[in-house]
Design a protein. Structure first.
Length: 383
């Protein structure tokens, strides 16, 4: 969400507005958290950043308390707390960021701005793009944090009029680019691949729509009858997910996956397939062995994609289930030093729950082209 050149420009100044100081402290906190040599500094930097942010509330009626930089700083602090502290604390902190984003009307950046004028002025476009990215980061965070517990959202879609993010290269180089609205991108699934951040937003939205539709659909309408509203809706959502997965799919050794955002997006697309399968299981629809293979193939794809995180060889992946699990555990051990979630998933994988995956027969090639394909399982719950 941050434009590097703009950030480095103002961060060098000695006299900065308070929200900028908050953002810089939050950035330092994340930098220390991501460094093996600066771990001893991260907690003190975090406390300074949070204290400074809370002090903005003393001047709540000014623009400082509801500035873009304040929202960005709160989002970074949320990320830090989600990694190193409790889920509830991080969720309450996220609420601070969401309220600022609503006050700043970042959900309608492109309704408030003249798009043609913005596209003609690189500096103006870059500023608008940073606002878009801040909103969309919060939008995804809102859904990621709520999807497991099916809580209600803070950032809804009703009045949304902010274009999807442009590519990272266009953003960082200040090259104005035309993007599209969320629902237009969803309806065009399968026609072209979006920038990775935009793909993440579309996939997250599709998963959330499956949750909300399942929640409000009467139990009597959740049968697998092709004419039922539930089945038609979920079939359409699943088709969109499958189309996006086929566009994104790459071998694990592909150089494009060196981009961490592309790697994450590919993992998310596979986890979406698992998630939809879980929805079908939740409504107690019989699933045959062939249908079960689809989410398992996606699960194995996620394990394969996780291999580079452990710095292991990506050239060949064993078809042995137990070995795949060991590869995933190795990746999680590398990550757990700076991520409580990695520790949680590692503990789960080392429990008896992993036996279900190990007892399934190995897969022979991709089955993504089969005509009968199911739905999902939450990647968090799978791990």
């Amino acid at each position: 969400m941050l434009h590097q050149a703009r950030y480095f420009c103002w961060s060098q100044k000695s006299n900065k507005p308070d929200p900028h100081v908050c953002l810089q402290l939050a950035m330092w906190t994340m930098a220390a958290a991501g460094s093996a040599h600066l771990q001893h500094m991260r907690e003190s930097l975090y406390k300074r950043a949070r204290t400074k942010l809370e002090a903005l509330d003393n001047d709540i009626e000014t623009a400082n308390a509801a500035s873009l930089q304040a929202a960005q700083a709160w989002l970074l602090v949320t990320h830090y707390e989600f990694r190193y502290m409790g889920y509830r604390r991080a969720w309450l902190t996220a609420g601070r960021a969401f309220r600022i984003i609503q006050l700043a009307k970042l959900h309608e950046v492109d309704r408030l701005n003249d798009v043609e004028v913005t596209l003609s002025l690189p500096d103006l476009w870059t500023e608008a793009e940073e606002k878009r990215r801040t909103y969309w980061l919060a939008y995804c965070l809102d859904r990621f944090l709520n999807i497991t517990y099916e809580w209600s959202l803070s950032l809804n879609e009703e009045a949304l009029y902010t274009y999807l993010p442009a590519s990272e290269a266009d953003f960082q180089h200040g090259r104005p680019a035309v993007t599209t609205l969320l629902y237009d991108a969803m309806e065009e699934s399968g026609t072209k691949m979006l920038p990775t951040f935009a793909e993440t937003i579309v996939l997250t939205t599709l998963c959330w729509h499956s949750v909300t539709f399942h929640r409000v659909t009467p139990d009597t309408d959740t049968s697998p009858n092709p004419s039922s509203v539930f089945w038609k809706r979920h079939s359409r959502l699943y088709q969109m997910v499958q189309q996006r997965l086929m566009l994104l799919s790459l071998p694990a050794s592909a150089p494009e996956l060196h981009d961490p955002m592309r790697l994450f997006t590919n993992m998310l697309a596979n986890s979406a397939v698992i998630w939809f399968h879980n929805i079908i299981e939740a409504v107690q629809i019989d699933i045959n062995e062939q249908m079960l293979l689809v989410p398992l193939y996606s699960a194995y794809e996620i394990v394969t994609l996780a291999k580079p995180l452990s710095h292991s060889d990506c050239g060949s992946v064993s078809e042995d289930n137990q070995k795949r699990l060991e590869e995933l555990k190795k990746a999680l051990r590398v990550l757990q030093g700076g991520n409580n979630l990695a520790t949680k998933y590692l503990e789960l994988l080392e429990s008896d729950g992993s036996q279900k995956l190990c007892n399934v027969s190995p897969l022979g090639g991709s089955i993504l082209d089969e005509t009968e394909q199911p739905f999902f399982l939450d990647i968090l719950n799978f791990f």
